[in-house]
Design a protein around this ligand. Structure first.
Ligand code: FRU
Length: 484
């Protein structure tokens, strides 16, 4: 197996044209364009002096690459942050200016700075008064500003900035985006028992698609993640424009993703139709620099629409691939109400390295026991298995035999979470896109994202389901030609 065979480019996931990518930055929708800025080291395929790379899209799936947006300067390199549109010219850079908030990083310190654009993000001017927020007492880790406009019940509004400060988050407010006043901290003494906080986000989400909303605070933990290394955690709670109060004890850990590879997630500002969509970096700091490279290294997750649903154990975050994805592939299998063996036979005719598979399986008949196994990227010696155990309700991605794995200790592993079944019906969405598998189980209540590096020849799919179960629906779409 050659190295290059193991880095098949994704078709519906964002990748840099060349060189290194890590966090998504400055996700914003403006003038009918979605923007992705991203942590980028253009000189190499390993992490180095950070720039903001840039691309735009109208559907979040097909991207047009643009020149680098922000380069290091005498104040430091350019770490992660946010972009917002200043419609009312609160900052004085002009109504409708696109503002990028980022961390200036040096070996000695980190502080927050801003740049503005009058041409839809094509060029930025750094503000001459940078930095706009320094906090010597915060320690060496003080980064990743998330900025958004908070609207109160009485129609009043102000800006919020959330900054990761080591083992806590610091919140600030401002009327003009340049002068920031501290309002609260979050995490100290309760939520801080894992690795340092990074890349926070804070946003409201409708509950059960209704009129009431709760706030989600998401953070990356650099270590202590669900599959070892980095991971993305979330809290549900209330936010009054100054203080975030979690509904549950803040020491309770809830992972947004139970795989090894979903980090630094950020939501798009101003996405139309009230949608709240986020994307993360499909990687893990434990081995990010050592994964096989194809000259480019780094992939963003599929953009995921977020919701909150009421479950017997309380409110839960749900993530579903954006609706646009269903239109991106070519339908190759579509079955309704068939025996699993018939579905398995249909899958013997399917091959691909880029597939979108939706399976709804009825497991409610008496006597149904054992496991469901959906294998993708299968070859003579390789397979990546999505497994559901009807006895324990556990769902997992098993990448132990998925392909190249010797670049990092412990990469060959199985990552699992508890799903349970929803009324005896298992709903799975599996997105295989070259070098990644993302599994959305139970309507997106449980998500597992894992990188894999199979040989390009591992293209087969198979399904094994317990006797007595019934395939309610199986749809497979080939994403091979999804981008043009
Ligand atoms: C998260 C992170 C951020 C930082 C950036 C540097 O992955 O460590 O905290 O701003 O990456 O590239």
């Amino acid at each position: 197996m050659t190295r290059s065979a193991a880095v098949t480019r994704p078709t519906v996931h964002f990748t840099p044209p060349a060189a290194w990518l890590n966090d998504p930055n400055g996700l914003v929708h403006v003038d009918d364009e979605y923007h992705v800025f991203y942590q980028h080291h253009p000189a190499s395929d390993v992490w180095g002096p950070m720039h903001w790379g840039h691309a735009v899209s109208t559907d979040l799936l097909r991207w047009q690459h643009l020149p680098i947006a922000l380069e290091p300067d005498e104040k430091g390199t350019i770490f992660s942050g946010t972009a917002v549109v200043d419609d009312d010219d609160t900052a004085g850079f002009g109504a409708g200016a696109l503002l990028a908030f980022f961390t200036h990083h040096t070996d000695r310190q980190q502080f927050q700075s801003v740049a503005y654009s009058h041409d839809r993000g094509r060029t930025f001017t750094k503000y001459e008064g940078n930095p706009i927020l320094e906090e010597p007492s915060a320690g060496p880790d003080f980064r990743d500003p998330k900025v958004f406009r908070f609207h109160g019940d009485e129609g009043e509004a102000h800006w919020i900035m959330v900054v990761a400060a080591g083992h806590c988050l610091r919140l600030y407010r401002s009327d003009d985006l340049l002068n920031w006043k501290p309002t609260s901290t979050f995490g100290e003494g309760q939520a801080d028992h894992l690795g340092v906080f990074e890349t926070p986000d804070l946003f409201p989400v409708a509950v059960d698609d209704g009129d009431s909303r709760r706030w989600i605070l998401s953070v990356g933990h650099l270590s202590g993640g669900p599959a070892d290394g980095s991971g993305t955690r979330y809290f549900i709670g209330a936010f009054d424009g100054e203080v975030f109060v979690p509904d549950q004890d803040a020491s309770v850990v809830r992972w947004a993703d139970h795989g090894a590879d979903f980090y630094a997630a950020q939501t798009w500002s101003d996405a139309p139709d009230g949608r709240r969509i986020w994307a993360g970096w499909l990687n893990n700091w434990r081995y990010a620099d050592t994964i096989p490279s194809g000259g480019w290294r780094g992939t963003l997750s599929v953009p995921r629409q977020l919701g909150l649903v009421t479950t017997p154990s309380g409110l839960t975050l749900v993530q579903q691939p954006i609706a646009e994805l269903r239109g991106a592939g070519l339908e190759v299998v579509s079955l309704r109400d068939v025996d699993p063996t018939d579905a398995a036979t249909a899958l013997t005719g399917v091959e691909g390295t880029h597939l979108d598979i939706e399976l709804t399986l009825d497991l409610s008949a008496p006597g149904v026991t054992g496991s469901v196994e959906l294998a993708v990227a299968m070859g003579a010696d390789e397979r990546t298995v999505v497994r559901y155990d009807t006895g324990t309700g556990s769902i997992s991605v098993d990448r132990r035999a998925s392909g190249l794995a010797d670049f990092a200790e412990g990469f060959a592993a199985e990552h699992s979470a508890t799903l349970g079944t929803v009324d005896g019906v298992l709903a799975l969405r599996v997105i295989l896109d070259g070098t990644s598998v993302e599994v959305f189980a139970g309507g997106g209540r449980v998500v597992i994202s894992d990188l894999i590096f199979p040989s390009g020849d591992s293209r087969a799919v198979s399904l094994v389901a317990p006797a007595g179960s019934r395939v309610v629906a199986l749809d497979v779409r080939d994403l091979d030609t999804a981008t043009g």
